[in-house]
Design a protein around this ligand. Sequence first.
Ligand code: MTE
Length: 303
Amino acid sequence: MRRAGLFVATSAAWGAGLVALSGRGEADPPKPPPRPTAVPGLHIVQRGRYGTDEPKTPFEAVTTYNNYYELGVSKSAPAQYASALKPRPWSVLIDGEVQKPQTVDVDTLMGWFGLEERVYRMRCVEAWSMVIPWVGFPLADLVRRVNPTSRAKFVEFTTLLDSEQLPAQNDDVLPWPYVEALRIDEATNELALMAVGIYGSSLPGQNGAPLRLVVPWKYGFKGAKSIVRIRFTESQPETTWNRVAPNEYGFYANVNPLVDHPRWSQATERRIGQTLRRETLPFNGYGKYVAALYSGMDLRRYF
Ligand code: MTE
């Protein structure tokens, strides 16, 4: 079987749709999206926290080399098919172990917080990486605002289930909707960001419009796109890639050059747009902010 992507073909159970999927979109040249102009309402009040001086990955690459399986499994398909995704109107259900469950419009949600720009490295589990200027607000601020109960130990992120907007949900390459989750102390770490934009403009569909998670010390697959529900739970939620291939994709998914993927090394990575491979850093270089979250844990076991 030809592999459309490194992820694909990890699971026999979800393999049925892969042959058909792998033939689609792969050969089509990526259509560079028009660069959006500044969007009214996206007022950035703070810049530079936790930033890096590394060169940013060009906008064109960030928006045409994507993983968004609901829009197709090739890197170019998400940019090609993203126009079907309608990011407004959009509401987010916040429920589970919170004092006051609520449904909130995404613009109202954004208005609760000051937006900031953060330039983060993103390391995909497939061993490529980018440097992306996100616009968003700390997830910690959202968690504080909605007031979880003392039973809340995890935060689950459920993404859009709608095959009209996300046509590749008609294929069973993954169980839909795509779900991710964090432990609550990870979610309240200052680095965890709810992104609503890149490069100073609102998020393109292929990057997860209108709202996505960014956790820069973890592999990119933790960064759920197009979130419609944020649920606080007492027990660890089931997450998509972990469910499909638990031996390959752990719940924690912290970037770790010492723990290889069963089918490839995680010691090095290819920065998109550059030729030479570089060493992968523990926690993607963010250890000073996050390593304490895992003190005493065997990170080979909890990978
Ligand atoms: N979120 C959804 N809903 N569906 C996906 O297929 N792919 C993940 C993550 N979030 C994915 C997703 C993976 S594997 C990666 S590496 C990042 O999104 C890629 O984000 P980017 O395309 O904005 O670079």
